[in-house]
Unconditional design. Structure first.
Lengths: 194, 543
């Protein structure tokens, strides 16, 4: 595939910080399929993160970098390019957090791993407790997959009440900007005689 | 309610929400004491859209809310200084000749008294009270007064003060001074916090009125209801919640029936509420979950949720709409009207209602503002704004057109009074309270929804970077908040959203119940408690 990777981005001038995008993201990525958030039995684990400070309010998520630092940094090759997204194979992830260090956007997070609604344990790693050794909970890398395969496209975009999120397709973006720039030039020279 | 009743003769939103969608460059939005984007997100979004179309946006709030960030002028006034701020805005409007003289002359009374008071409040003189630079107040006043239409919106940031009624009267003064009543894209608009709290008030769930705000003290009204219900009725005003609690303490109130409310989390000074609920002889709670209050009850009656209900809701803009049952009630739950009907029957009154529609039709016979509404019309029109006196009447989206409900609009002379409890050496910060988007009220529903609770699973109190540094508190630390009434532990969000000297907590969380801390001091008229200001001490909790 030769097109650049598309990504989701928010408009900080429109976002009101309501977190509907986070809820919608968690629902669509729920390990057990659910219709609404009220049916979920696993924690709310979104793949985009609301930033809400005095200066700015907007969610931040993966940019699906072309030369993805997370993929380059992963020591077990768990992160690859697939169908126009940067994809994390959570089965292969060892939870080393190198991708977190590498990502310039903070888009990568280590999350508790669930399968069929059950908390997944590490294969061998145990923690000593009063009642003897107990298998540790597994944590794996998690990030935006642009809702690949989800009908209607990214859930965050579809559910934002303010339409503050959109999918950016880089080639389209360039063509649109070029056109806008050309029209602006046209506007500024149209009254010039010569 | 009391304030707008005095000024206009009706205590509800004067205009409608949809008018925001028609607002543009000649219109102004003034939002004071409302965190609209967080607590009324859909209305907040429409405000921001109006602003993008050119409408002027003025926001006054001690906290720099999302809405405030977008404002043309943001007034960060000290908690509890609203009257001083509003008077200062009116001072500018009066002294710069921006008042709507024609409106004042033809539509209002008592203007001179108000004017005399306002002229004591120059923006420079009250800087020390409000904390707002005089020039900003001037900008805000000019921006609002020179707009063709100006709409004011407020919520609990105005009403939940010991000066709550004064605050509302001041908002009403400002709207009348600028001629912003009885026309579209204007008005005084208290946004209700719940889908049917307007409806509950309309039905007379207040100590002093029958349905449709007909006073219990009016002999003609009493006679009308005695005839309709076939029973002798009292002509005495009932008790406010605070009176009920005092009545329990004094042994005068022995039986309490709490219906869809959770005073153990929603009332101020929860430790005192617990003491009273323990003391009352017989406590009945009707709710959809076993709330902290229901857990203390002698009898719990399981009511129905919104999805199991049939009937009507009357929303913040006085619009009555149908609600239809989506699912059958679960378990022992029964529709509230059936529980009440059976109770009334058991008490010896022949209540034989068979449907919510039958009850609605009875309402129409005694509440003139609902008289013209039928289920059929509500369905056809998608809701009707009261007053709607006849079946030919289209409803009244905008109140006070041409004439106020009480005749002339009444100005009030309002002086600023400080809040009941101010910071001192022992409790050096101000604590104010509010809500978060993911949660509703005391969390009875939303904290039982795994998903919504997952978005905001614990309390984060807001504290300014300056205060946090002074107290050795880092973002994410656990902190203890202590007031004269109680103490709670929560996480600290170190943020510029609150100014130095002010902290913020919600009342959603049982494990960090904000209302253990709040002050139960009351407004003398409306008896609304001062949830929005009390003095607090904050300390880091060592792990």
């Amino acid at each position: 595939m030769c097109a650049l990777n598309a990504f989701v981005v928010a408009d900080p001038n429109k976002c009101i910080g309501c977190k509907v995008c986070e809820v919608a993201c968690a629902v669509v990525h729920s390990d057990v399929p659910v219709k609404t958030v009220g049916q979920m039995t696993t924690p709310i684990i979104p793949r985009l993160y609301l930033v809400k400070t005095a200066e700015v309010t907007m969610p931040v998520q993966c940019r699906h970098c072309e030369d993805a630092p997370c993929a380059n940094a992963c020591p077990v090759g768990a992160i690859t390019q697939r169908d126009g997204i940067i994809y994390v194979d959570q089965e292969a992830c060892v939870g080393c957090k190198t991708c977190m260090l590498a990502c310039p956007f903070g888009a990568m997070e280590m999350v508790p791993y669930y399968r069929n609604g059950e908390r997944v344990k590490q294969l061998r790693l145990t923690e000593e407790t009063g009642e003897g050794p107990v298998l540790q909970d597994a944590f794996v890398a998690s990030k935006c997959d642009r809702c690949i395969g989800v009908e209607g496209g990214p859930a965050c975009v579809a559910n934002c009440p303010k339409e503050a999120l959109r999918v950016v397709r880089p080639d389209e973006l360039r063509r649109t900007r070029n056109l806008e720039a050309a029209l602006a030039v046209l506007e500024s020279v149209k009254n010039v005689i010569g | 309610m009391s304030g707008l009743g005095t000024a206009f003769g009706s205590g509800a939103m004067t205009n409608t929400i949809n008018e925001l969608q028609q607002m543009g460059p000649n219109d102004a939005i003034f939002a004071i004491g409302t965190n609209t984007t967080e607590c009324h997100p859909i209305i907040g979004i429409r405000m921001l859209e109006a602003h993008r179309r050119g409408a002027r946006l003025i926001v006054a709030d001690p906290r720099e809310t999302e809405l405030a960030k977008h404002a043309d002028v943001y007034l960060r006034h000290n908690p509890g200084s609203d009257v001083a701020l509003l008077n200062a805005m009116m001072y500018v409007i009066l002294t710069e000749g921006l008042a709507d003289e024609a409106f004042i002359k033809s539509r209002t009374e008592n203007f001179e008294a108000c004017r005399e008071t306002v002229l004591k409040y120059s923006p420079e003189r009250v800087e020390g009270i409000t904390g707002v630079p005089a020039e900003k107040v001037r900008q805000a006043a000019r921006l609002f007064a020179t707009a063709e239409n100006g709409a004011t919106y407020y919520t609990m940031g105005i009403t939940q003060h010991t000066s709550g009624v004064d605050n509302v009267l001041s908002v009403a003064n400002l709207a009348m001074l600028t001629g912003n009543l009885g026309k579209p894209r204007a008005g005084v608009n208290p946004l209700r916090g719940q889908n049917n709290v307007q409806g509950a008030c309309d039905m007379g769930a207040l100590p002093n009125v029958y349905p449709a705000y007909q006073p219990v003290t009016d002999p003609k009204v009493r006679e009308k209801f005695e005839k309709a219900w076939g029973r002798k009725l009292s002509d005495k005003v009932g008790m406010a919640i605070s009176d009920v609690l005092r009545g329990i303490e004094e042994g005068k109130v022995r039986f309490l029936y709490v219906f869809g409310e959770n005073p153990m989390r929603s009332d101020p000074d929860v430790n005192h509420v617990r003491h009273c609920l323990e003391k009352v002889e017989f406590l009945v709670v009707q709710d959809i979950f076993l709330t902290e209050s229901a857990a203390m009850a002698d009898v719990v009656l399981p009511g129905t949720t919104w999805a199991e209900k049939d009937g009507t809701f009357s929303n913040t803009e006085r619009r009555v709409q149908r609600v239809r049952q989506a699912v059958e009630p679960r378990g022992n739950a029964r529709p509230d009207w059936q529980i009440l009907r059976d109770l009334i029957r058991a008490m010896g009154y022949p209540a034989d209602y068979s449907s919510p529609e039958e009850i609605f039709n009875e309402i129409r016979t005694v509440a003139p503002s609902y008289a013209g509404m039928t289920y059929e019309r509500l369905e056809k029109l998608g809701g009707i704004h009261w007053p709607c006196p006849t079946e030919e009447h289209p409803g009244t989206p905008i109140l006070h057109v041409g004439k106020f409900s009480r005749g002339l609009g009444r100005f009030s002379a309002v002086d600023w009074r400080p809040p009941a409890e101010l910071p001192d050496d022992e409790y050096p910060l101000v604590l104010t309270t509010g809500r978060r988007t993911a949660h509703y009220h005391t969390g009875t529903m939303t904290r039982n929804c795994w998903g919504l609770d997952g978005v905001a699973p614990e309390e984060w109190v807001e504290i300014s970077p300056e205060d946090a540094a002074d107290l050795g508190i880092a973002h994410g630390d656990h902190v203890r908040l202590t007031t004269r009434r109680g103490s709670v532990v929560a996480r600290a969000e170190v943020t510029d959203r609150v100014p130095k000297g002010v902290t913020f907590i919600t009342f959603h969380y049982t494990e960090s119940a904000g209302n253990l801390l709040t002050n139960s001091a009351l407004d003398p008229v409306s008896k609304t408690p001062e949830y929005k200001v009390c003095a607090v001490r904050v300390e880091k909790v060592s792990a």
